[in-house]
Ligand binder design. Structure first.
Ligand code: ADP
Ligand code: MG
Length: 350
């Protein structure tokens, strides 16, 4: 990324707008004084001189006034040009941005006025555009990498089976190939779901008893360790059932993957909110990684997660699901293990 400070600040000796305003005021005062002096001199001369010279005097006065007006006009033009120069520079820089170099920033004049504010806002907007472009690039690279792994496995297996069909077990080849295809399918489904969540499409919502929903979801699973559910009844949330189930499923699957001896799920009501907490007694998530785990394709232990089938999109999806429902999802502090907390607004509280 470029050194923004190096390109962004233009520091005139005096603030541009104030200086232009000062120049205009000085010119106006000087012009008025000159016109007043010329007029006073003309009147005095007219009174003293005889009528024959009056016409000559008037002509001289008119010429003097015209000269004064010309000087004033030139001064005003200079002041206006100086005042709009920063805007022209912003314009030039924006035109250069069309070349695709998103690291460029417009110059911010230290005028303390509208132009400085405008330049600041344009640069803020450019920061966000650049950030979004970088994240999109990283996302495409990660997604390609994730898709390439099962595709490469699939291809190698098919090539081996075709090269020496008598060497391998056809059923085994097909079983492994199916596993790769399922993995591809899951990644593509997750990517499509993320794209739909990103597009801001508002899902169909219905009032759901969140405690009952969590109990049902836990009941459908076969966890490797005992799982307890404590759910307060009658907590209603307005939610899209499939998406909310998808988020719960990821929290439960993650806990099952990491728990050592138990998983505890709790659903409770707090003012205006339903809170779902999924706790496990596994290794926990280090404080430094508690935001990072919600980024797309983040796996703290990639070898283990990949072997278990995780694509690193689960928590990213779950957080998006929480957000589109007006809620939040975060890793809370805990003595040991992991505590994931999902908060959703209660129906009728928004
Ligand atoms: N309960 C948990 N305990 C420890 N680490 C976790 C837990 N849940 C998630 N993580 C970490 O966060 C990462 C991202 O989780 P997730 O987005 O669900 O992806 P995936 O489950 O596909 O790996 C996981 O790979 C793991 O490293
Ligand atoms: Mg997961």
């Amino acid at each position: 990324m470029s050194d923004r400070n190096a390109v962004s600040r233009v520091r005139p000796r005096r603030p541009g707008t104030a200086r232009a305003r000062g120049t205009l005021t000085a010119l106006g005062a000087a012009g008025s004084l000159l016109v007043a002096a010329v007029t006073a001199a003309a009147v005095a001369l007219l009174l003293l001189a005889d009528a024959a010279r009056a016409a000559v005097l008037v002509a001289v006065m008119v010429l003097l006034c015209l000269a004064v007006l010309a000087v004033l006009g030139w001064g005003v033009r200079q002041a206006v040009r100086r005042a709009i120069r920063p805007v022209e520079r912003i314009h030039e820089e924006l035109a250069a941005l069309e070349d695709g170099d998103l690291s460029r920033r417009v110059p911010v004049p230290s005028t303390g006025g509208d132009t400085e504010r405008l330049a600041g806002r344009v640069n803020g907007l450019l920061d966000r555009v650049e950030d979004a472009a970088l994240r999109r690039r990283a996302f495409i690279a990660d997604a390609s990498h994730e898709l390439r792994t099962p595709i490469t496995g699939l291809r190698t297996r098919i090539e081996l089976a075709l090269d020496a069909p008598e060497d391998g077990d056809a059923a085994d080849t097909l079983r492994h190939s199916l596993h790769d295809v399922e993995r591809l399918h899951l990644i593509v489904e997750d990517l499509l779901l993320l794209a739909r969540l990103d597009s801001g499409d508002v899902p169909e919502r219905e009032p759901l008893d969140i405690g009952a929903l969590v109990e049902t979801e836990v009941g459908l699973r076969s966890p490797p360790v005992p799982t307890t559910v404590k759910a307060e009844p009658g907590l209603l949330v307005e939610a899209d059932r499939p998406r909310l189930c998808r988020a719960l499923l990821d929290l439960l699957a993650n806990a099952e993957r990491h728990a050592v001896t138990l998983i505890e799920v709790q659903v409770r009501g707090e003012p205006g909110e339903a809170v779902v907490e999924v706790r496990d007694d596994g290794p926990g998530i280090p404080p430094a990684d508690r935001d990072r785990v919600f980024e797309r394709f983040t796996r703290l232990d990639s070898a283990r997660s990949r072997a278990d089938g995780g694509s690193g999109l689960g928590l990213a999806i779950a957080r998006e699901v929480a957000a589109v429902h007006g809620g939040s999802l975060y890793v809370a502090d805990g003595a040991h293990g992991t505590r994931l907390v999902l908060r959703l607004p209660l129906a009728g509280s928004r």
